[in-house]
Design a binder for this molecule. Structure first.
Ligand code: PEP
Ligand code: MN
Length: 288
């Protein structure tokens, strides 16, 4: 088989030596970084799927979803306990109660847990219960939060701001790394464009670009990237084909009853089917 093209092919020296990104640039670690999420390597040969509900809603909802995503092959459980919502009247999460349920789901399934930290004041509490900290799109340039997250020893899932450039995402990662925390996974989750038929426009250009400019692992969120559950499997396949190290996918047992993002959440059955379809794509691009 002929050698596969690589994101570092004909890499001009100005990309290789990226002075504005002292720590996050590819040159700082040409071989690439593998982030360890409580024993799950992100950025290695295996494409890792992080899945679960948008928000933790109840013990029953979370446990059923956690069992289902684990059975289908997910390696990390996601679930929001502190939810950033556009309307102040929407459901904002169960807060510490939600964190406790996530810890319970981890104890039962063995899946490490990722959840969003929205505010530096919640950081100690969130760290007590979770394996990985999510910095959400709306907080990607909350520099105070980035600096605080940089001080803790916990892997970070850094989501691209909905109107942020690739450069701004990389600089946000640099903020966290400057504080001493180098365990960062970057996440493309769609950007705002003039298109209105989808919630966001999933910018798959970002995957090879980020991997060329930085050594950090890159995952893709086709749920927020499209806003439509039926679009999640094809965009997930495309993300793996273009070189993503993993996927962040919203799953809900009863999407029509979900308290947030039901429209873009897969049922466990659809999730299982998608996982099966992804295997062939992963193998085709030399991944597991
Ligand atoms: C989420 O993952 O549920 C979320 C709120 O994501 P984002 O910050 O990308 O909107
Ligand atoms: Mn969501």
């Amino acid at each position: 088989m002929s050698r596969q093209s690589n994101v570092l092919d004909s890499c001009p020296s100005e990309i290789a030596t990226d002075l504005s990104l002292r720590l996050a640039c590819r040159k700082a670690r040409p071989e690439g970084t593998v982030v360890d999420v409580s024993g799950i390597p992100v950025g290695g040969a295996e494409v890792v799927v992080l899945a679960g509900p948008c928000a933790v809603e109840s013990e029953e909802q979370l446990m059923a979803t956690a069992r289902a995503v684990k059975a289908a092959g997910a390696k990390v459980l996601r679930g929001g306990a502190y939810k950033p919502r556009t309307s102040p009247y929407s459901f904002h999460g169960l807060r510490e109660e939600g964190l406790k349920l996530l810890a319970q789901a981890r104890a039962e399934t063995g899946l490490p847990v990722v959840t969003e930290v929205m505010d530096a004041r919640h950081l100690d509490t969130v760290c007590r219960y979770t394996d990985m900290l999510q910095v959400g799109s709306r907080n990607m340039q909350n520099f105070t939060l980035l600096e605080e997250v940089g001080r803790v020893k916990r892997p970070v899932l850094l989501k691209r701001g909905m109107s942020a450039t690739i450069e701004e995402l990389l600089q946000a990662a640099e903020y966290v790394m400057k504080g001493g925390n180098h365990e960062i996974v970057l996440c493309e989750r769609g950007i705002r464009t003039f298109e209105t038929s989808t919630r966001n426009t999933l910018d798959l250009n970002a995957v090879p670009m980020l991997k060329r400019r930085s050594h950090l692992p890159v995952i893709v969120d086709p749920s927020h990237g499209t806003g439509h559950s039926w679009m999640v499997p094809p965009l997930a396949r495309a993300a793996v084909a273009v070189g993503a190290d993993g996927l962040l996918v919203e799953v809900h047992c009863k999407p029509h009853e979900a308290l947030s993002d039901g429209e873009q959440s897969l049922t466990p059955d659809r999730f299982e089917l998608m996982m099966h379809e992804l295997k062939a794509v992963a193998v085709a691009v030399g991944r597991r």
